[in-house]
Design a protein around this ligand. Sequence first.
Ligand code: GLU
Length: 389
Amino acid sequence: MTIGVRREILKGLKRVVIKVGSSIIAKRVKGKAGVANGLSVSSISLLAQTVLQIIDRGCEVVLVSSGAIMAGRERLDLHQTELSIPEKQACAAIGQSYLMHTYEKQFEKHGFKVAQILLSHDDLENRKRFLNAKHTLETLLEYRVVPIINENDSVTVDEIKIGDNDTLSATVTCLINAQLLIIFSDVDGLYSRDPSIKKGQLDDPLEVVEHVDCITEKIKKLAGGTNSIITVGGMHTKVLAAKQTMSFGIPTLIVNGFDNNIADKIFEGESVGTLFWAGHDKIKKRKHWIAYTLKPCGKVTVDLGAGKAILARGKSLLPAGIIKVEGKFEFGNTVRVIDVTGTEIARGLVNYSFRDLKRIMGMKTGAVRKIFGESFYKEVIHRDDLVVL
Ligand code: GLU
């Protein structure tokens, strides 16, 4: 079944985002990936060839590449040291130019130019800057230049960071309406069970899940974290990235980035890696922006009735259904909507600050009107500003 699905995706392919983690372009020691040993020029050269094979097949390609911090560590000879945030930021500043210089040299050999775009969460949260970034990327693609994106690590601190490049690549995929996100991982895809359990200890054979059409709790459990000092996230953030593109109707493919023939395998429709796709259904652009680009500033917990009204009946969130308010948010901020089991069920833009909401939570509409007069809002989050997750 997955081969048919893959062929269907390939038919409409015009624009692809490829995400490459640091371990894919790191030097390997004794064949081992993910070792903090600096940037590998030969891996970047192979990667450039893979990108060009995809361009040759008629697709525009945007690359999202990590590796700045790793390259900076190498330049400063700080290979295995634990770094503080400012030290990592300094490494990113040093390493980013070296990373780009290496990419530039490798693409130039084939007559291609590259362009650097550094993004932070702030750039994507502001709708105007979000659109500016989109227009720049589209113009670069018109010029047949390969845009190479990374997070602007040297000027971002935790609160304004996107955090990991898996999430960044999913946001970029949706931003430029690409038809596929390919994540180059250091493993073959999402495994059907914990790969660290050795052969023979379990009856279950270790397999790569070919197709995921819904991110269930089981799928989330299959995606672990990472312990490496040079990579961020691991499979967990890749699955979240896939969830983000899927909600926009765009497939994500997680493949082994060390496979030099991966472009051919993908474009011949072979069932390599794990494909995440549920079909073309998508949430509207603005709702996607609310759910995935804006950073939530707080949480509201809702009672059983309000939870059902949101999930099953497509209703707005009213003050009466709220039982708890957490975090410091103002009018217009994004908040998470949590049900009584602690699960996040929705996200939306609030019409009240956390202070006002603490006063009115649990109240009926009439009582709220008495407090705020005619300028009150009936809904805490209007349905149009609410995205069910
Ligand atoms: N932006 C970081 C870097 O270039 C990496 C973040 C990530 O790999 O997710 O080193």
